[in-house]
Ligand binder design. Structure first.
Ligand code: FAD
Length: 433
């Protein structure tokens, strides 16, 4: 059990829910967060419209040619690895139809320890997750080459047989196309709630009301615009950061072509596809360009060759002019967990729970104040492919009112760890706001 007990104050319950009678939902953002929640709602009978400023799905962070369904386990009893395990379990089933249809590959992900600390952590992880061998197992050095196809030098590694890689942009497109979900091009600047009609209105950068499939209103709205959630007054309080990343595609060699699975260490590398390996990705906090940089390609190559000497040997030394890639921005949160759920009415919540500033242990009975039928799904960090299927399912279950079903899918403590109001409650208790 985690040490972080849920608060007795029901801040996560909505004080005055506004009934949903029309089942119309508009989603801002056609990345993996927006498209997966769109599909989950459409399957539940909602009339969904997705809006993106590019007019196409997967044009920003979710636009890479490949992405890894990446694990993040830990020997510690923290919420982050617990959420990650729930997410990768869900994702491995979620993506199976895509893998079966030939998109990406469920080839397994092998994680090689980067240093002594990781080596000792891996031993503890394999003990801790000894009952989860269908998700993670330890592979001894002697078996590594046969399993991975690469003469790895590592003493041992963690193997996730149900994970693999996917082309995120194609997944986004298919989620919309296969579910007949319309995509409207608009750059949304603001959202306003119309009390009279009990619906939301969306305005573009010219202050024009955005038409949604012949209607100008939407009963529910989900903001899935990654870092640009900060551009809306309702979600500008979220502690998001924009972090640039660049991936590198490099030509395979005779030897590296034998690689059978994704190998991760200081960074990741995918098995060759059409003669190319995908490798990445860099982290730049203060750089806001999507232009490719040779220095970042060199960083990726240095990191992947530092991961394992046997891997470095099969990759050879690709020339700069043989490298290609793509750069974009992750949206990370202050606690590295994604954000999925209803958007708090910040000022009302701060007033209702003001006493927490003085006494964090006070247990109030007042449920949380939330904006009517407004939700957010963002903060996927470096693991959007892992987290988005689960957060989409949770949000869709919540919007569809599947309370009991939701409890079976994931425990409340983990849901609260991803809740949009957690930052306000935390900051109130620390007397920071
Ligand atoms: C280089 C790199 C490598 C990565 N590798 C991996 C990996 O291997 N595995 C993994 O799981 N994750 C990886 N990630 C992270 C992953 O890409 C993200 O977590 C994920 O794509 C986030 O999806 P999203 O839908 O939240 O955001 P996005 O894909 O950025 O989608 C947000 C969408 O909102 C739209 N939008 C924003 N504001 C507005 C507005 N005002 N009006 C209309 N539309 C708007 C944007 O146009 C965009 O399409 C990587 C990221 C980078 C940058």
């Amino acid at each position: 059990m985690s040490k972080q007990k849920p608060s007795a104050t029901p801040w996560y319950e909505t004080a005055n829910p506004v009934p949903r009678t029309r089942k119309t939902v508009t989603i801002i953002g056609a990345g993996i967060s927006g498209c997966s929640v769109a599909a989950a709602l459409q399957k539940r009978g909602f009339k969904v419209t997705v809006i993106d400023r590019h007019g196409q799905a997967g044009a920003e962070a979710s636009g890479n040619p490949e992405g890894i369904v990446y694990p993040k386990l830990s020997p510690r009893d923290d919420l982050l690895p617990q959420v990650n395990l729930a997410a990768i379990k869900f994702a491995s089933d979620y993506y199976r139809p895509f893998w079966d249809s030939g998109l990406g590959r469920q080839c397994g992900v092998l994680v090689v320890p980067e240093n002594d600390k990781a080596r000792s952590d891996f031993k503890l992880i394999s003990q801790r997750y000894a009952d989860q061998t269908e998700m993670v197992e330890t592979i001894a050095h002697e078996q590594l080459e046969e399993l991975s196809g690469v003469p790895l030098q590592a003493e041992s590694a963690l193997y996730f047989p149900k994970l693999g890689w996917l082309p995120p942009q194609l997944i986004c497109k298919q989620l919309l196309e296969l579910n007949n979900i319309p995509l409207v091009q608009a750059d949304i600047k603001s959202l306003e709630y119309c009390e009279q009609q009990k619906r939301w209105q969306l305005y573009d950068k010219n202050q024009q009301l955005v038409s949604l499939e012949g209607d100008n209103h939407s009963e529910s709205v989900i903001i899935a615009s990654a870092f640009d959630c900060k551009a809306f007054s309702q979600t500008d309080y979220l502690p998001l950061r924009k972090i640039r990343g660049q991936i590198t595609q490099l030509p395979c060699t005779e030897e590296s072509r034998k690689m059978k699975m994704v190998i991760c260490g200081e960074c990741y590398i995918t098995p060759a596809e059409n003669g190319l390996h995908g490798c990445g990705a860099t982290y730049n906090k203060d750089l806001f360009t999507t232009e490719l940089r040779d220095i970042d390609h060199q960083t990726n190559l240095a990191q992947i060759t530092a991961t394992d000497a046997g891997l470095a040997a099969v990759l050879g030394q690709p020339t700069s002019d043989s490298l290609s890639g793509r750069a974009n921005f992750r949206c990370t949160t202050s606690d590295y967990l994604p954000i999925a759920g209803p958007v708090p009415n910040r000022s009302a919540m701060l007033e209702d729970y003001a006493i927490l500033r003085r006494d964090a242990k006070t247990a109030l009975t007042t449920p949380g104040a939330y904006l009517p039928n407004l939700y957010v799904n963002c903060g996927m960090g470096s693991r959007g492919l892992s987290y988005a299927p689960l957060t989409a399912e949770l949000l869709a279950s919540e919007i569809a009112g599947e309370g009991a079903e939701l409890d079976k899918k994931i425990n409340k403590e983990l849901r609260h760890a991803m809740h949009p109001a957690r930052f306000l409650i935390r900051d109130l208790k620390r007397n920071r706001i």
